[in-house]
Design a protein around this ligand. Sequence first.
Ligand code: XLS
Ligand code: NI
Ligand code: NI
Length: 434
Amino acid sequence: MSTGFFDSVPAIPHDAGSDAPIAFRHYDPDEIVLGKRMEDHLRFAVAYWHSFAWEGGDPFGGQTFIRPWHPQDDMGRAKLKADVAFEMFERLGVPFFCWHDADLRPEQGDFAGNLATLEEITDYIGEKMEASRTRLLWGTANMFSHRRWMAGASTNPDPEVFAFAAATVKSCMDATHKLGGENYVLWGGREGYETLLNTDLGQELDHMGRFLSMVVEYKHKIGFKGAILVEPKPQEPSKHQYDFDVATCIGFLRKYGLEDEVKLNIEQGHAILAGHSFEHELALAAAEGMLGSIDMNRNDYQSGWDTDQFPNNVPEVALAYYHVLKAGGFTTGGTNFDAKLRRQSLDPEDLLAAHVGGMDVCARGLKAAAAMIEDGGLEAALEDRYAGWRSPEAQAMLGSDLASIAAKVLEQGINPAPRSGRQEILENYVNRFV
Ligand code: XLS
Ligand code: NI
Ligand code: NI
């Protein structure tokens, strides 16, 4: 039986020419792009936290959304929330969703209570999944909201918090495994610090490395076949976050010997906060074989904090998917909308419009990216720019040494002639596709 939450909104048409306020004009799950269904390329997921758990608060004011499942302190209402969530997945036709434990069930104040309610609600969700085509892209533990985590989870100076974190992650990995999740994510919400005056940075990093190794060991122990993903973010909530950006995470994973076990979940807004572009972060992860999944959103370019808006910039999204496609596309990963409404967007209709719009923007971006791949213009420009390196002498130089190279430069009078980087020509090229 329907909860009626979305009753005021008509069914969402797939119609490129539609002038309805909410319609899919570009996203067609069955359209073939580069030999694959669009749905299988994009692998959209709805994030439970922003759409169903967040109540619309900001640092200056509290709840603006009044939902039938509020207040979120009761298991009956947690189940109602799940009912509405699955109604939305169905309306949108999304193949996946993602959660934190704390999004699904009310906090109980102790581990035994949290475990029991997580098991109860994930059993309930498991039953809903049997009747639904929406699967679990990933699960994760919220180890940043409750006050016990204020000084970190695995990096907490108090070993009892480390223990509580280990128990919590175990329970979330078990729940993810039970629901057939394709990945397990760790975003180090409070794995960082406010001041060095009270922080032993080296010890905290070692604890975080050991913790992540335990996660990998446990994954193998329970036979979880999905990927373990770490999500970089430079700041907020901590002043300094240990998983600053892709480069920092790669260094961290190598240091603790986890580079073959862990991949990255890369978020558009976090890339911007780190002073990078999204495509930089994606291309770097891809170059290292660590591109796992993406959190799609958009960050305000002026605010300096994580605004988690729905994407609406097609050229930006097109370049992001260009790098995803170039890397071979998603395997276990997908496009999770880690995006929330603005706090004035009160209506059920706003929730649907935000996702439909985001899916359409991604579809346009994907199609533009695929067209650029098919046309091959950017790849040809790259080939041309690096063509010199295809010569046997250039390759031999890489196996040579500074003194021999210097002798050769003198002997042959090597004196390179600078060439245009053709940036504007390439930007104009991209503009033809977006
Ligand atoms: C917060 C993060 C968070 C992770 C999951 O900034 O993006 O939502 O994706 O814990
Ligand atoms: Ni995220
Ligand atoms: Ni974020």
